[in-house]
Design a protein around this ligand. Sequence first.
Ligand code: UT7
Length: 348
Amino acid sequence: MSTIAAGSPASPAAVLCGLAGYVPPRVVTNEHLARRLDTDEAWIRTRTGIRRRHVVETGQATSDLAVEAGRRALASAGTDTVDAVVVATATPDHTCPATAPAVAARLGLTGAAAFDVGAVCTGFVYGLASAAGLIAAGVSERVLLIGADTYSTIVDPLDRANAIIFGDGAGAVVLRAGHRAEPGAVGHFDLHSDGAHEDLIMVAAGGSRQRSRPGEPSREERHFRMRGKEVYRHAVTRMAESARAALDRAGWKIDDVDHFVPHQANLRILHSVADDLGLPRERCVTHVESVGNTGAASIPLALSDTAARGIVRPGDRLLLTAFGGGLTWGSCLLTWPSSLPRPERTTP
Ligand code: UT7
């Protein structure tokens, strides 16, 4: 009997075969925010690069966006079956159970394995690694991975530092079993965490820590809190480190990268990381202007937007790098597949 280790050159690779994004129709511009918060349009634009974001209507939840992105990604892949549905999110519909089984059921995928990945804004990169692992281990032939978040449901609308940054959205990919050398193959990876800084990005209430204490949580504890300046510093350093580590592992040089697709946290962060890597800014994909920081949805939404605009071509080499709460960070390399249908644009 021969044994094939997961991730070995002989085991199947995950190959990208479907891609789509979805944002809810309601748009909130910087001017809208400036009417109700102590801020102004120019501050938001110059400090973050963001001009507008999309947000859910009252009653809409993360799964509603995930289902729409998932439906479009399955159509893009030309399939209506997968073995596993993975949802990367920090804003699940409920604390318990996971959101993925409900998403799978609404997509007609009852019976498929379904689970959530909780790595906050690094969730999509962790999700790619999880999906690639399922495929490499022979557990799944085809996986639907969705990054979806509705930060508007957890950010305090009166918290001007955070209310301006986040938007809601979902992005999805379908991955199939294939060969490491074929265009569309996902990997190498680089993944990390540092829980000593978990307090930098947190919703303090709602989990077992708060629930096992007597008393009601305060407004501050019930909402998403981020210590922006400190997060900014960690993000710039960790994203550059991780990008270099993934490139080293694959034997790629920075000049080999046709498109750098970072988590869309803040335009200044993206440009600092690109500059630090010595990568021309034109090769850094930016979508944050139109949708804000959409958490685990940001990389697949940026990918889908870039593909929709015809910027990425078969065989192009991509570097995806994310950073988020946990803290977590990581990177993944990808070569663009030869026959991926062009996704619909999610924003004008
Ligand atoms: O997705 C996960 C990873 N997330 C990130 O990577 C986000 C990282 N952080 C950031 O993007 C930025 O830190 C922010 C956009 C959150 C803030 O930008 P900043 O340049 O770091 O501003 P700051 O927090 O240092 O604040 C500068 C000033 C402060 O006033 P003082 O203390 O200098 O008087 C803030 O009170 O700007 C003030 N300020 C605002 N002013 C107008 C903070 N928010 C606003 C606002 N409008 N919305």
